[in-house]
Design a protein around this ligand. Structure first.
Ligand SMILES: [Mg+2]
Length: 332
């Protein structure tokens, strides 16, 4: 199981950093690079958010997932207060007031928390993908336990994304990872768990407007499994499922690239990059699932080494160790 936790942690960072330099649309990305991604690239000079990022550098997705994982390990469990502390600490560390890549729901919630608004109110109307991009540690500590993963996902969402649609999207990722942590499961089992978790998460309070994440995962996976070419399928995913910050788009698209790649972490990251849109977030979510399923042995050593070097403030192995011990204690 340790290999699966490591695979989830490094998978998240891999998908995030690999897709970080992708541009806004599939055509734009292809016309700029003229090939499938085969290495970590720096953020291009004309990139709206990631200009100046060195090759291998992760973005807010992995920074927040890491901050959340630190609080989970420190407390031994997921709590609303710990999740709030993690987000606040991350925001201050990156100088969020002056940072271009803080998402809209998270920024609104952090500013409200700083004004002293109750943490159960600060996440109202948060319906973008910040809840799902950081949730992988919650799945990793609940091997085989979709219900437990969904309950803790809810707690992790409250401070910034306290809406049924966001809890649903984040639950899909955490539930898929929880099942991917089990030995001998298939990719179909993982997709089914993601859909079931999405439906469970949608039943939580703070009703808001949003499409069905589980039904959109079903549609996304059907597109991913069509007989069209890789480029055509990615364009279909981009056009029909969507790759924006909306959690009802990017979470189903993450399942689509995961399925297109048959759960291989490197291919999942590569398809995420070529899909474009909010590619780093889709890559982070999809490749965290792939890494948890295939284990760290599916991620080449040069990749993990480059991630460590490009992100020296993050102790990926140390945080995986902490989560592993919680997973052992929770394991069913
Ligand atoms: Mg990002």
């Amino acid at each position: 199981m340790k290999n699966k936790v490591l695979g989830g942690i490094y998978g998240q960072a891999l998908g995030d950093a690999w897709a970080m330099p992708a541009l806004l649309t599939p055509d734009e990305t292809w016309n700029y690079y003229h090939q499938w991604f085969s290495d970590f690239y720096p953020g291009p000079d004309h990139h709206p958010f990631h200009r100046g990022f060195i090759a291998g550098r992760v973005t807010d997705d992995t920074e927040q997932a890491y901050a959340l994982a630190e609080e989970i390990v420190r407390e031994g469990k997921v709590t609303v207060e710990g999740s709030a502390r993690a987000i606040m600490a991350w925001y201050d560390r990156i100088d969020g007031d002056n940072c271009s890549y803080v998402g809209p729901s998270t920024r609104r919630a952090v500013l409200a928390m700083k004004r002293g608004v109750d943490v159960y109110q600060t996440g109202r109307y948060g319906d973008t993908n910040g809840a799902s991009m950081r949730v992988s540690p919650v799945g990793l500590i609940h091997p085989g336990d979709v219900e437990g993963a969904v309950q803790d996902t809810y707690l992790s969402c409250v401070p910034t994304h306290h809406t049924d649609v966001a809890v649903s999207g984040a639950s899909a990722i955490a539930g898929a990872i929880a099942v991917a942590m089990q030995p001998g499961v298939s990719l179909d089992d993982i997709v089914a768990a993601g859909m079931r978790a999405a439906d469970m998460g949608r039943k939580y309070d703070e009703h808001w407007i949003g499409a069905s994440v589980s039904r959109r995962i079903s549609m996304a996976v059907e597109i991913a499994r069509s007989t069209r070419s890789e480029h055509e399928r990615l364009q279909d995913i981009y056009d029909l499922v969507g790759a924006t910050l909306a959690i009802t788009e990017s979470v189903p698209s993450a399942f689509a690239v995961l399925v297109m790649a048959d759960g291989d972490p490197m291919k999942t990251a590569t398809y995420s990059a070529q899909l474009s849109g909010d590619a780093d977030t889709i890559g982070a979510m999809a490749t965290a699932i792939a890494g948890a399923w295939r284990g760290i042995e599916a991620i080449p050593a040069w990749v993990t080494e480059k991630l460590r070097v490009a992100n020296p403030e993050m102790d990926f192995d140390g945080i995986a160790d902490g989560l592993y011990h919680l997973a052992l204690a929770n394991g069913k």
